[in-house]
Design a protein. Structure first.
Length: 226
């Protein structure tokens, strides 16, 4: 594991990449909210800073849950420890639950919650893939994942109009991202074959692409009839 020494701390380079990626996702998330500029997202914009700060505390102190015995025996270890990747997952789950409840209570458009989370994920995965490729020699797969996330974020902002900021826009983004991930699944890595030479990752994203495509057709037909 590659580390960087800052004073008395040895920090994992991968954890720094993950932290930078999460911060990038948060900033792009906030940027998208500002560009959308409508009453529905104003309350989410105000909520996001609180969620981000709370998420940092959850990540930092998650060893109380993930490594309880160690913390009990050495309480000072909390100064040096953090939750790592699993702590980030707990913080992300907390953020998702809070946003979902807020969206439901405020009666916001039902597509708004997954659309904004997708923006966060795409921006985070873009920077993570690129930094992993550059700093940790992640290989062509990491580069491809980073570039795919970057392209999809650009598309989200490029076509940020009434049509794209909608359920149809969300479905189109999921469609093209799933197609990209299906192709990238062939690049490097050891994939567990599930059926007819198709790996689990490929099967998942191929299914997501098919469902998104069928949903897109139905939405366009309904729009045409309206």
């Amino acid at each position: 594991m590659q580390t960087i020494t800052i004073g008395p701390f040895n920090i994992s380079l991968e954890m720094l990449i993950v932290s930078a990626s999460v911060l990038a996702g948060y900033l792009v998330f906030k940027w998208r909210l500002r560009i959308m500029r409508n009453a529905e997202v104003t309350s989410i914009d105000h909520l996001m800073t609180n969620i981000f700060i709370a998420g940092l505390f959850i990540w930092k102190f998650s060893p109380l849950i993930l490594d309880f015995q160690l913390v009990i025996h050495d309480p000072m270890s909390l100064i040096y420890l953090n939750g790592g990747t699993n702590g980030l997952r707990i913080a992300a789950l907390f953020g998702c639950i809070v946003l979902m409840i807020h969206t439901w209570r405020k009666k916001l458009a039902f597509f708004m919650f997954p659309d904004l989370l997708l923006t966060f994920y795409l921006a985070s995965s873009a920077l993570y893939g690129l930094l992993y490729f550059i700093l940790l020699q992640g290989g062509i797969r990491s580069l491809a994942l980073g570039l795919l996330g970057l392209v999809m974020v650009i598309v989200q902002f490029k076509f940020n109009n009434i049509r794209m900021v909608s359920f149809l826009g969300l479905i189109v983004t999921v469609l093209w991202y799933s197609v990209g991930r299906t192709v990238i699944a062939y690049l490097g890595g050891k994939n567990e074959i599930v059926v007819y030479g198709i790996a689990a990752e490929q099967l998942f994203f191929l299914s997501a692409a098919c469902i998104s495509f069928l949903t897109k057709i139905m939405l366009e037909r309904r729009t045409g009839h309206d």
